[in-house]
Design a protein around this ligand. Structure first.
Ligand code: CP3
Length: 362
């Protein structure tokens, strides 16, 4: 496939995020925040109001570009993340995504049977998902080499939870019911999703994504055996199918199974360049367990941002000290930033990482 990135590619002015993911030397620890473009920012709320609703915001490349850049104009972040959602994929497969006000995502046509799986649309990356690719291209152009752009997807298992439940869930009754009662159906769905996701991430890379992240938000609700069989295995399939080089550079892959710290060793062998960590595991202990196999991304509790800037700085210092010297750490929160956090506290967090981390890279 010929590259679709048809504008003149400028050199990256700040590549410490990509370097840290590949464990190459850096001057300081790079930092970004999951959900860095979002409702805690008044300018995001203003653009979202202009769009009318969340999906229109995702589907209008100019507006998606605007909100992607907003946190970078406020804070010295080391990476941008495509503004979109993991549920664009099931939506493009025909499930009819909508957001009921105050209730989170819902699907008009959830998956309940073998026929539902067979009838899923095989989405085309330049048609049903063309708006995502248009946003990736436009964001790259707008970034003009400022920082790298992260593309992303949900994991097959995490997408399946929404597709079978039809909404967010607390108990996973329907999706786990299918997993235990009709495992062959679950495999059929996960396999289809993995194939689509391979195309989806490769298309993002082709349009200019410089690293990609797999969000396995609900991997941690599975038993150890089921995590391996129904989640990790399909993420491994995706990583085997990705184009890991573009524009003459490696495209690092970050895998994040929230609640999955107990399976770190298995994750480190799955083929990712880096693992995302939630806040429950000490990052120094995680580093000792994965050794040189992968870089680590994380892992401050997002709730620390409700504390004072001084307390936030202390927590940053503790995490940096725990990781220790050397490259291979991308600082982040252990999950997305909450909507009621004061942006000034996010700023204190990011600045603390940059001020305190150079000592660990001498
Ligand atoms: O990180 C970023 O800034 C990039 C944008 C991004 C969004 N969602 C924007 C968004 C990313 C990477 C996601 C991923 C996503 N979406 C995940 C995996 C990551 C995670 O948080 O575990 C999941 C599970 C979803 C599904 C989803 N999308 C839910 C459950 C919701 C409702 C959440 C809520 O708090 O209401 C969304 C909507 C959503 N996606 C919002 C944003 C900024 C809020 C929508 C709004 O403006 O009202």
């Amino acid at each position: 496939m010929s590259p679709v990135v048809n504008y003149k590619m400028s050199e990256l002015k700040n590549d410490r995020f990509l370097r840290a993911l590949l464990k190459e030397p850096v001057d300081m620890t790079p930092v970004w925040m999951m959900r860095q473009a979002g409702r805690y920012l008044p300018e995001y709320k203003a653009t979202r109001a202009k769009a009318g609703d969340f999906m229109t915001l995702c589907k209008t490349p100019e507006l998606a570009t605007e909100v992607t850049i907003q946190p970078l104009d406020r804070f010295p972040l080391d990476a941008a993340i495509l503004f979109s959602d993991i549920l664009t994929v099931p939506d493009a497969m025909g499930l009819g995504l909508y957001f009921a006000e105050g209730e989170g995502p819902r699907f008009e046509r959830p998956i309940r049977s073998k026929a539902d799986i067979e009838n899923l649309i095989n989405p085309q990356m330049d048609e049903e998902l063309g708006y995502v690719m248009a946003a990736v291209s436009m964001i790259r152009r707008e970034l003009d080499g400022r920082v790298p752009l992260i593309g992303f997807t949900g994991s097959p298992w995490t997408l399946a939870t929404y597709m079978v439940e039809g909404s967010s869930s607390k108990e996973y009754a329907k999706v786990k019911g299918m997993l235990y009662d009709q495992p062959q159906l679950m495999h059929m769905l996960l396999d289809k999703l993995a194939d689509t996701i391979i195309d989806y991430l490769n298309a993002q890379i082709e349009h200019g994504a410089q690293a990609v992240m797999i969000f396995d938000t609900w991997g941690g609700v599975l038993t150890t055996r089921d995590y391996n069989e129904f989640s990790l295995r399909y993420m491994q399939k995706i990583m085997d199918g990705l184009n890991r080089e573009s524009e003459g550079r490696k495209v690092p892959v970050i895998m994040f199974s929230k609640g999955g710290c107990q399976w770190l060793e298995a994750q480190a062998d799955a083929g990712a360049d880096a693992l995302g960590l939630d806040w429950t595991l000490d990052i120094g202990a995680a580093r000792a367990r994965v050794g040189d196999k992968v870089a680590l991304q994380g892992n401050m509790d997002p709730c620390v941002l409700y504390a004072s800037p001084e307390r936030i700085r202390e927590e940053v210092a503790t995490i940096l000290e725990s990781y220790g010297k050397g490259s291979g750490h991308v600082f982040n929160l252990g999950h997305g930033i909450h909507q009621f956090v004061d942006p000034e506290h996010a700023k204190a967090f990011i600045e603390a990482v940059h001020e305190l981390s150079p000592a660990y890279h001498k």
